[in-house]
Design a binder for this molecule. Structure first.
Ligand SMILES: Cc1cc2nc3c(=O)[nH]c(=O)nc-3n(C[C@H](O)[C@H](O)[C@H](O)COP(=O)(O)O)c2cc1C
Length: 212
């Protein structure tokens, strides 16, 4: 098997949101695809351990918020590398409730969906949603998963469904964020960065970086 073939599949980058008992949930997902247009139906793949999975299963509604290339990277840090369990992920972001779910207003736009079917795998549930509504907030370029990896230098945590090809293997010594896996590649040597330097992706302090 040539695992490189996995890197030839194309995806976007989204924040999937939902709500349950007046609490809001959300996580980053790259796995979302339109299945048919009559009626408009989209599938997402959600890890069983994600809190957002519980909210979608029990409420039956979710939104797909489309991220753009120039989105504030803290969206990915907050929604992709922390759990909704003991955190209000929405407190620093603008949102409004649409069709029972929060939609994030700083993203490129959204679709709201009602779950009409599910399919199980050992790790992930595929939620099939029928589109209720959608809108575009900003005219900018949608972020692809390739852009996320190659330009933002983002990594995928273990709950992402996509295969990771040697992402963490490097022959040279690197400073790596222990929270999100971001690899520092700035011109200033890492040790000389100011004490208040933060990971540009997950916004954690300099101390969480490890030399690997
Ligand atoms: C780039 C990226 C892509 C991801 N794709 C998915 C995905 O498609 N499905 C999934 O279940 N988790 C995915 N994740 C992982 C979740 O976003 C992550 O586990 C999150 O912390 C779950 O939050 P929650 O427990 O509040 O739901 C992805 C994360 C990143 C950073």
């Amino acid at each position: 098997m040539n695992f490189e073939i996995y890197t030839k599949l194309s995806y976007g980058v989204y924040v999937i949101t939902s709500s349950l008992n007046e609490k809001m949930y959300g996580c980053v997902a790259n796995c979302a695809m339109q299945i048919t247009d009559q009626p408009s139906t989209i599938a997402i793949s959600m890890n069983h351990n994600n809190e957002t999975h519980k909210a979608i299963s029990e409420s039956g509604y979710f939104a797909i918020n489309v991220l753009q290339e120039n989105i504030d990277p803290s969206f990915i840090g907050v929604f992709g590398f922390s759990s909704s369990k003991d955190k209000d992920k929405f407190k620093d972001f603008e949102y409004e409730m649409k069709d029972h779910v929060p939609v994030l207003k700083q993203t490129l736009g959204y679709l709201t969906l009602k779950v009409i079917n599910t399919m199980e795998t050992p790790t992930h549930t595929v939620f099939l949603g029928e589109v209720i509504d959608g809108d575009v907030f900003h005219s900018s370029t949608p972020m692809t998963y390739k852009y996320y990896h190659e330009v933002i230098k983002g990594k995928s945590p273990k709950n992402a469904p996509t295969h990771i090809v040697d992402e963490n293997v490097s022959t040279k010594e690197q400073w790596v964020c222990s929270i999100c896996g971001y690899v520092y590649d700035g011109e200033i040597p890492f040790e000389q960065l100011p004490d208040d330097y933060k990971c540009p992706l997950c916004l954690q302090p300099k101390e969480v970086f490890e030399k690997r």
